[in-house]
Design a protein around this ligand. Structure first.
Ligand code: IMP
Ligand code: MG
Length: 197
């Protein structure tokens, strides 16, 4: 039986939104995201050909991106995960990061590619780069699905970027608001008038 993916354009009421927030416009459809990941996978295969690469996903936001990206990197490679949290509440990243879950494996001599959902202020990514470099990997680079460039407080080099993202709060495809919406297969504004993060 032929099954067809439903057009992921958000229709009000389609999502059972217990949080009761408004419904924002879709910025990146499921199809656009999947197409982009195929391209990213090809670039990674080209750049890391013959090298020992380990993809390091930053939980929880990386989850769907990592799952899709790793299957487009069609060569021998490893995966590992870290979970970090910013000290202090609020929505702004403080830049002081606590490691909740560290890597399982030693990355000494490995080519590490950090897999992030979004780079916002850049503070988390800066901390991770500095921290991982002390472990003497062969290289550390970043692959981010979204780049919220306007919000950058700390310049970090991004080797691979899926899409540039406006300076608005977005959800879906791993990105949450109060832990909700990570399971949307596309990325949308939290609310049409959503503030900046
Ligand atoms: P940074 O340290 O400010 O770059 O923070 C990055 C983290 O903040 C990401 O990994 C996300 O968890 C979160 N974040 C930043 N912007 C958004 C957004 O628009 N929606 C959901 N989470 C976001
Ligand atoms: Mg988050």
């Amino acid at each position: 039986m032929e099954t067809k993916l439903k057009d992921p354009v958000m229709v009000e009421g389609e999502w059972r939104d217990g949080a009761g927030s408004g419904v924002g416009r879709v910025l990146f459809t499921e199809e656009q995201i999947q197409q982009k990941i195929v391209e990213l996978g090809r670039e990674i295969m080209r750049d890391y050909d013959g090298l020992q690469v380990v993809l390091v996903g930053i939980l929880n936001g990386c989850l769907p991106f990592m799952a899709d990206l790793m299957r487009q990197v069609k060569m021998d490679m490893e995966v590992d995960f870290m979970s970090v949290s910013s000290y202090g509440g609020g929505t702004q990243s403080s830049g002081v990061v606590r490691i909740i879950k560290d890597l399982n494996f030693n990355i000494h001599g490995r080519h590490v590619l950090l897999v992030e959902d979004i780079i916002d202020s850049g503070l988390t990514a800066r901390y991770l780069l500095d921290n991982l470099r002390t472990r003497r990997p062969a290289s550390v680079e970043i692959c981010a699905l979204l780049d919220k460039r306007e919000a950058r407080a700390e310049e970090v080099p991004l080797k691979y970027v899926g899409f540039e993202c406006p300076n608005r709060f977005v959800v879906g495809y791993g990105l949450d608001h109060r832990q909700l919406y990570r399971n949307l297969p596309y990325i949308r504004l939290l609310e049409e008038d959503s503030p900046t993060s």
